[in-house]
Design a protein around this ligand. Structure first.
Ligand code: NAD
Length: 556
């Protein structure tokens, strides 16, 4: 099949689909893998809005424009193992000489010199077609649908239950805003953890998508109906999830008026982007879309004021007893800008629940079956269950995920693994490919929200013990280590999760194709990558990280 036939079959905009099966289109699996994962990111089953090339997280794109998608495809179909493709903010800009153990694709997305790193400047460049917002896994081609955040969300809710509710979320009401690409994982994570869930989104199509993929149980446009369902389920200790089409600020106001205090309160609206993400209070969705394009400044000011109001209600809920936390969307920062001076009076989720896991090199490890066959994922699940019999928590997760997670696009799995475990899992996967127990290679990657790959002072690095929250040498060291180790594609992004100006972070994906070359790369990359997390946290003075470093021979 030549390039234009390939594009016609798999990439006629906006209908994208990754090829499946064992026959490759590119020159090797090293380039077939990023090709399939790029197309998978844009698949309508996976992406929130393929028409705009938006994968998730507000405007997080996989490529700059349709022309760029087609050129990336053409490049990947031609690329051999002695060259690497350079992608600059979603546009392929050149090919450099490299070698078979080097990354095949080198990606830099949304990076700006610090003084210019504002949404205003970024949006001007974007309007002129010069940049794209890559979020985290959108522009680095390892987004795997809502499952990608499902386990992390589940771990967070369980950790909250352990910290504040004696490990039992039955009969507890969890309320949150935003049911988009990432936020859509909340209802399923909450019910898996035993809670009753009420989620609020202004856009009914987003809630419908969660219903279609079985992430949420019920949907309504009526506050009263949602409230009554939620109260009845809470009373009976039923783990049910309800999606309400409304503005989250209005809903919190109604709950306060009715004196209904959620046990846990958080938010995953696209607050990180006050123009193209958050929808201001008092506007219909259509009116918001119109205002956004006509007078973005006016939109932004209404958005910031709405976030201040929204956070004001969250603070009042916290006063009345809700365990309230920021869930990584920078809502507190923009509420502060909108006039809520006490916005940072509730904590972020990383210092509250996740930091100790980061000290163990743990984070959102994930993999996808390039064959397209779900059985390959079940084979990997089983191999992990056999390899880690002591890890009951992981086994429970894998068994629950098999029952409850509907695959989107290429079958994949996420599972938080730490230092030592990632390398072991990667080598097992390579053996599964080599022995033919899975039909085609697997790609192994992770979110940029990981232990050693991100600097984000309002999120992953909030409140570091030594005050190094804003030091972004660490994600750069992570990037360079993964380039040196031989990841298959790597990326360095700015602004993911919390918006332009607020974070820098690195991504990596490494291929397990059953070859000796892959084995060597896996041993290096899956050691170095979590080791950077151990080093970063040990350097900041966390004893747990120092102890883990000693245990696993990480030289510090
Ligand atoms: P998304 O853009 O796909 O979804 C956001 C949703 O918020 C949309 O459905 C939108 O309709 C809704 N929304 C906007 N304003 C609203 C309002 N006033 N009331 C009710 N609903 C409103 O984004 P996503 O991928 O779900 O990500 C959500 C946020 O979480 C982003 O800011 C993202 O950067 C952040 N994030 C968090 C994590 C984490 O681990 N906690 C990880 C990645 C991203």
């Amino acid at each position: 099949m030549n390039t234009s036939e390939f594009i016609k079959k798999y990439a006629t905009h906006p209908n994208y689909k990754a090829p499946t099966g064992t026959k490759i289109n590119a020159k090797s699996w090293q380039t077939e893998a990023p090709l399939r994962m790029l197309l998978n990111n844009l698949d309508a089953e996976v992406a929130e809005n393929p028409q705009e090339l938006v994968v998730y997280g507000g405007t997080g794109q996989a490529a700059r424009n349709v022309e760029s998608v087609q050129k990336i495809i053409a490049n990947l179909l031609e690329l051999d193992e002695n060259h690497s493709l350079l992608v600059q903010s979603g546009k392929p800009v050149g090919i450099v000489r490299s070698h078979p153990q080097a990354p095949r694709v080198l990606i830099a997305n949304s990076n700006l010199v610090p003084q210019w790193a504002t949404w205003d400047h970024f949006n001007k460049l974007k309007e002129n077609g010069l940049m794209m917002y890559g979020q985290m896994t959108a522009g680095s081609w390892i987004y795997i649908g809502s499952q990608g955040i499902l386990q992390g969300t589940y771990e967070t809710f369980v950790a909250c239950g352990q910290k504040y509710f004696k490990g039992d979320l039955r009969g507890k009401l969890l309320v949150s805003g935003g049911l988009g690409g990432m936020g859509g994982a909340q209802p399923l994570a909450a019910t898996m953890a035993g809670a009753t869930f009420l989620g609020v989104d202004v856009d009914p199509t987003r809630i419908q998508k969660r219903l279609d993929t079985k992430y949420i149980d019920k949907m309504t446009y009526s506050y009263k109906e949602a409230r009554d369902w939620a109260l009845a389920a809470k009373k009976q200790g039923q783990a049910i999830s309800i999606g309400l089409v409304a503005d989250i600020g209005d809903t919190l106001k109604n709950l306060l008026t009715d004196n209904i205090v959620p046990d846990i309160l958080t938010d995953q609206t696209s607050a990180h982007d006050p123009i193209n993400g958050y929808v201001p209070n008092g506007l219909t969705l259509d009116a918001a879309i119109e205002l956004r394009s006509k007078t973005p400044k006016d939109y932004q000011s209404r958005s910031l004021k709405s976030m201040a109001r929204h956070v004001g209600f969250m603070l009042e809920m916290q006063n009345r007893g809700s365990r309230t936390f920021d869930y990584g969307n920078n809502l507190r920062e923009f509420a502060r800008q909108g006039g809520e001076a006490r916005a940072f009076d509730f904590p972020g989720f990383v210092p509250e629940y996740i930091r100790l896991l980061f000290c163990e090199g743990k984070g959102p490890f994930r993999w996808a079956a390039l064959s397209g066959d779900p059985k390959d994922i079940y084979t990997t699940d089983q191999a992990l269950i056999e390899a880690f019999p002591e890890n009951k928590h992981m086994i429970n997760w894998l068994q629950e995920a098999q029952k409850k997670v509907a695959f989107q696009g290429l079958p994949c799995r996420i599972c938080w693994l730490g230092m030592g475990e990632r390398e072991k899992a990667g080598l097992i996967f390579n053996e599964l490919v080599k022995s033919g127990k899975v039909k085609a290679p697997l790609v192994i990657g992770r979110d940029h929200l990981d232990c050693g790959s991100v600097a984000s002072p309002n999120r992953e690095t909030e409140g570091m013990r030594d005050g190094t929250d804003a030091v972004s040498d660490w994600p750069l060291l992570n990037l360079m280590s993964n380039a040196s180790g031989g990841a298959t594609w790597i990326s360095f992004h700015h602004g993911g999760g919390v918006g332009i100006g607020f974070s820098q972070h690195a991504g990596m994906v490494v291929l397990a194709d059953g070859s000796d070359r892959a084995e060597e790369c896996l041993k290096r990359v899956l050691f170095n990558d979590p080791a950077l997390g151990i080093m970063r946290h040990a350097d900041a003075g966390y004893e747990k990280a120092l102890a883990m470093g000693e245990k696993f021979g990480v030289k510090i």
